[in-house]
Design a protein around this ligand. Structure first.
Ligand SMILES: [Zn+2]
Length: 237
């Protein structure tokens, strides 16, 4: 979460171009010249006047640009006595570590979900975390004949001992059901903590499958999951 430093006017935030590292974003160059801002005057329902400043910033680490939206109070002076940061973009979401053997294409989808989470696009993030879970199950042999839907795949992975009973519960309750809300149900606001929970448990399940890959492959082979199976016809649930 970006933080405004009221006295200096700088913003501390995770920079996407610095691989999510915490960086200081400056609003002037070394000569003290502002990068630029536009102001908008607003009036609260109680009649209080305020100035909303849309201000350019620059990452001190990599030099990339960012935009801050700041309530600078009625006098419009920046940095002012009590500025309030309303929005800051782009800001990197939290990137959780994943095993090196996790497939590249799915890693990209997981990272995109994290970016959606960082940008506050919670429904998109929830849908993508569910998608990563389903595709991971599929490439591990939980696909085709005998698997009507994602619940079957999760339960089979638990039955084989690939994931624990607690992970099985989390896969259903924290990831699948939340993603299904996005894919199948009417629009509703999804709370950030719910998507953060899906993020956390998705990482744990992917670690279960890829941290000790040799052992998991041995279990999958014993369970006959890696046999080629051309049957399909899955539903998407
Ligand atoms: Zn940067």
């Amino acid at each position: 979460m970006a933080q405004l430093n009221p006295e200096q006017g700088t913003v501390t935030a995770k920079c996407p171009m610095c691989q999510g590292a915490v960086s200081s974003f400056e609003w002037t160059n070394r000569e003290g010249v502002e990068y630029g801002a536009v102001a908008r005057h607003v009036q609260s329902p109680r009649g209080e006047l305020s100035v909303i400043s849309h201000r350019l910033f620059r990452c001190a680490g990599c030099g990339s640009g960012a935009l801050g939206v700041i309530d600078v109070g009625p006098r419009g002076i920046y940095p002012g006595p009590h500025p309030s940061l309303l929005a800051f973009t782009p800001e990197s979401g939290e990137k959780l570590p994943l095993p090196a053997s996790f497939p590249e294409a799915l890693l990209k989808e997981f990272r995109e979900a994290e970016s959606c989470l960082g940008y506050g696009c919670y429904r998109a993030a929830a849908g993508l975390f569910r998608s990563v879970l389903e595709k991971t199950m599929r490439i591990n042999g939980y696909d085709g004949k005998g698997f009507k839907n994602l619940p079957d795949k999760i339960d089979a992975a638990a039955g084989d001992g690939i994931i624990t009973a607690s992970r099985q519960k989390a896969a259903h309750e924290k990831i699948r059901v939340l993603g299904n809300d996005v894919l199948h149900d009417e629009w509703r606001e999804i709370p950030e903590p719910d998507v953060k929970s899906a993020h956390h448990y998705a990482q744990r399940i992917l670690e279960d499958l890829y941290d000790d890959r040799a052992s998991v492959l041995a279990i999958l082979e014993r369970a006959g999951r890696l046999e080629p199976d051309v049957a399909s016809g899955d539903s998407a649930d």
